[in-house]
Design a protein around this ligand. Structure first.
Ligand SMILES: Nc1ncnc2c1ncn2[C@@H]1O[C@H](COP(=O)(O)OP(=O)(O)OP(=O)(O)O)[C@@H](O)[C@H]1O
Ligand SMILES: [Mg+2]
Length: 317
């Protein structure tokens, strides 16, 4: 089992739709085997378009990419044999049972009967649908449907699994369950997973590496810990009136301040220890003529990192 092999790589990958839309703008990825990589970004960031190219559904406008060492354009057929994919929209036939859904998919890939039956039983157990296996999927809850799709994505023993918004529309409990399956998969196999999400908690909870995506670009990349740590130990968020520039400049010179960032009307100050520094920060605002209307201290999150690099807040739809 090789751990330092690269499972997914892209070089200057671009996708345009017509003249107007630059959906994916020159992204370079290098994702090692047995990694959970999350593309985190808001609606329209280009996440699905990236997955569509990597899964050979659409061709790039320029640039290139390899999945499992195979070129996504020149060796598209071979790439398809090595990957699994689940789509953002649930695409299940409502009239098939859970078991029939998996069986149909396995037949599509010409998996022999004995292997098919064994595989389907194993996967149904893995996603805890064995008891509901003979019910039609139109009786399934949202979480059950997502789990069935996950099982379907795994039927072909993929080396790389692409999950486009695997928990979209699910409640927190269901989401946490899916996270657990995904983690188990990574631990028990040599699988590489690329998932997209606009939930920062999802990226934080699951991913070994996160690429923050906005307007078709990867703005910053790293492990959730690395990304969060560069914000400082604590994050002071401030909203107020007056000229923020003078205040930010003054704050920057304070010895305990690790980062200062101003975007979307919010000032974020990374400090070594939030509560002990509040008084001094408020004092600095006063002497800079900035009137604080709201101030809070918290541990930084990927949402704060997102704000820093994109100038916008990551809002769940
Ligand atoms: N087939 C298409 N034709 C034209 N424009 C498209 C097409 N597919 C996507 N786009 C545009 O490309 C951009 C990126 O879309 P994409 O679906 O990749 O975003 P996303 O990050 O997956 O968003 P979401 O979180 O809503 O799923 C958007 O501006 C979208 O409108
Ligand atoms: Mg999408």
């Amino acid at each position: 089992m090789s751990t330092n092999k690269i499972a997914i790589s892209t070089q200057g990958l671009v996708k345009r739709f017509g003249e107007e839309v630059l959906a994916v703008n020159n992204i370079d990825l290098s994702i090692p085997t047995n990694t959970i990589y999350a593309l985190l970004g808001p609606n329209g960031a280009g996440k699905t378009t990236t997955v569509s190219m990597l899964t050979t559904m659409i061709e790039p406008t320029s640039g290139s990419a390899k999945v499992s060492g195979l070129d996504i354009v020149l060796q598209a057929d071979k790439v398809r044999q090595r990957i699994g994919v689940t789509f953002q929209e649930i695409v299940l036939d409502p009239d098939l049972t859970g078991r029939e859904t998996l069986d149909f998919h396995a037949r599509l890939y010409s998996i022999g009967k004995a292997e098919r039956l064994a595989k389907i039983d194993k996967l149904l157990k893995l996603v805890e649908l064995d008891e509901a296996a003979n019910r039609r999927t139109n009786t399934y809850s949202g979480g059950m449907k997502r789990r069935l799709e996950l099982a379907r994505g795994l039927i072909t023993n993929p080396e790389v699994l692409f999950l486009d918004e695997p928990t979209q529309g699910l409640d927190l409990q269901n989401r946490a369950n899916i996270w657990e399956y995904i983690r188990t998969l990574k631990t028990n196999t040599n699988l590489t997973l690329l998932l997209t999400t606009h939930y920062m908690e999802e990226a934080e909870a699951l991913a070994d590496r996160v690429g923050i995506m906005d307007h078709g670009e990867i703005m910053v990349e790293g492990s959730p810990r690395e990304l969060i740590d560069q914000m400082g130990a604590d994050n002071i968020r401030i909203i107020g009136q007056g000229n923020p520039d003078l205040f930010c400049e003054a704050a920057q010179t304070l010895p305990f301040v690790e980062s200062v960032n101003k975007s979307d009307g919010i000032i974020q100050i990374g400090v070594d220890s939030g509560n002990r520094r509040l008084v001094e920060i408020i004092g600095t605002a006063n002497t800079s003529g900035f009137e604080i209307e709201d101030i809070s201290v918290s541990k930084p999150s990927l949402g704060d990192v997102f704000l820093k690099y994109t100038g916008r807040q990551l809002r769940d739809k």
